[in-house]
Design a protein around this ligand. Structure first.
Ligand code: FE2
Length: 179
């Protein structure tokens, strides 16, 4: 059992991810982006961040970690941190911060809340991916068609999530260099 946390349905949803995800041999590594000023080390290991969510709108993120040879990367550390529904980070505690390890199929996933834009930034989730023995990939994930995307010089269309029909789940597969 690699995934931990209080939410059994998270693992069930992860298992529902297609087993033959889109990945082509020779795919390129996910682009790096700035870490930004709001990263805090020592986030808790969990995949459900919604304990403090209250009535906030939920949002889930799902995907795989592959290497550039399209092989799934198990036991990669995937970390998330993001602003809340008012565009504010918790810089004193660990709300909206977590990490987990990918499962045997390279799957990752977090249940959290919908983040919001702030100052010059469009809405985004910060992510770090670190394969066992590999380099850290620091990046950010974006929403398709967010009205602030094109006013944000950091926005990168290669880092846009695929949303499900009700826009409550975003899907993104990270690609890291083969070891
Ligand atoms: Fe940010």
């Amino acid at each position: 059992m690699i995934f931990t946390g209080s939410s059994a349905h998270v693992s069930a949803q992860l298992s529902a991810l297609p087993l033959t995800p889109a990945c082509e041999t020779g795919s390129v590594s996910t682009p790096q982006q700035t870490q930004g000023p709001f990263y805090r080390p020592n986030a808790p290991q969990r995949n459900d961040l919604t304990a403090d969510a209250g009535s906030r709108r939920r949002f889930s993120l799902r995907g795989f970690v592959f290497d550039t040879g399209c092989r799934p990367v198990p036991e990669a550390m995937v970390e998330i941190w993001h602003a809340d529904e008012r565009g504010e980070y918790d810089n004193d505690g660990y709300r909206w911060r977590a990490y987990q390890l990918t499962d045997d199929a390279g799957r990752w996933g977090f249940d959290t809340i919908l983040t919001q834009h702030y100052s010059f930034r469009t809405a985004h989730y910060h992510i770090r991916v670190q394969p066992r023995g590999g380099e850290v990939l620091t990046t950010q994930l974006y929403f398709p068609d967010h009205p602030r995307n094109h006013g944000d010089r950091l926005f990168d269309p290669r880092l846009v999530m695929a949303l499900d029909d009700d826009r409550s789940t975003g899907r993104f597969d990270f690609v890291v260099p083969s070891l």
